[in-house]
Design a protein around this ligand. Sequence first.
Ligand code: ADP
Ligand code: TRP
Length: 323
Amino acid sequence: MQKTLLSGVKPTGTVHIGNYFGAMRQFVDHQDDYRQFIFLANYHALTSVSDGALLRKLSLDLAIDYLAIGIDPKKTTLFLQSDVPEVTELAWIFNTITTVPYLSRAHAYKDAEAKNKEVSVGLFDYPILMAADILIYGADVVPVGLDQKQHIEIARDTAQKFNRVFGETFKIPEPIILEEVKTVPGTDGRKMSKSYNNVIGLFASDEEIKKAVMSIPTDSKGIEESKNPSDCKVFAIHELFPGKDTEALRARYIAGGIGYKESKDLLIEKIIAFVSPMRALREEIAGDTEAVLKILKEGAQVARREAQKTMSAVREKVGLTLK
Ligand code: ADP
Ligand code: TRP
């Protein structure tokens, strides 16, 4: 039997090349090899978006983005997380076997705490909802970017704990992380993130791409000076496009004789060439939102059936059903 792959992205902003190269392109590459579930993590998005109209818009945009990168609804079950409310029920059950000290060790929570942010209960519990997403569909593998590694570990721990307490129920999922991609830097040098306003949008216009690349900070080395490619954020983005050109560029960095302006110009060309066909396809798809909504609805039916199957076993095991 085919193994199950599951992953999701939050509809919280503009999808960027970090999302694509770190995670989303794997959703396209694997769709012939796995039974695949891909969703829009809109319950998770609620931990950072508190504007209904905005969330609705971002969700529709992300659904179009998924289709534009090549997710094929004939091969992939594409759906909205909240169309399967069973996942929140499972998260609640997991909450009852999860301790506060355990969740307090999660990076996202610790980071927010360190910055003295007011952490909502939802943000604190984020990894448990994510565990429910993964386990309810019996995922074998979960392709994500490096920053999600800990969340997959929490899902694994949660499956093991449930199985220990209530008997064998859940598969233990494995992450798929493209180690060579690492974390793509944003235009301010931090991790590229929808929430930092530092992205190169996956569907950005030529002008937006130019502006974003030109704003990446570099050091003050002159053209002739030798440069360490591993210290350069511009080069880190070149590396998303491996090949002869990138290797030649690496050699030029080390030898000296290339300035950051030229490196940025080359990068702009590469990104525009890469983004243009997807951008055109996206425009076409965006012209028929009814078709997009229909795909999500059909996906939700398939996903929900699967989740309900899992939940009837879970409800029985924990004793919520009376006979
Ligand atoms: P963001 O931080 O941009 O809001 P999400 O948290 O929605 O992104 O992440 C969606 C997927 O993209 C996840 O699998 C995540 O690991 C991956 N991802 C996000 N940002 C990056 C990045 N800068 N580099 C590599 N992968 C990333
Ligand atoms: N937390 C993930 C992110 O920020 C999104 C997500 C939610 C997810 N549930 C998931 C990813 C389940 C993989 C599997 O990117």
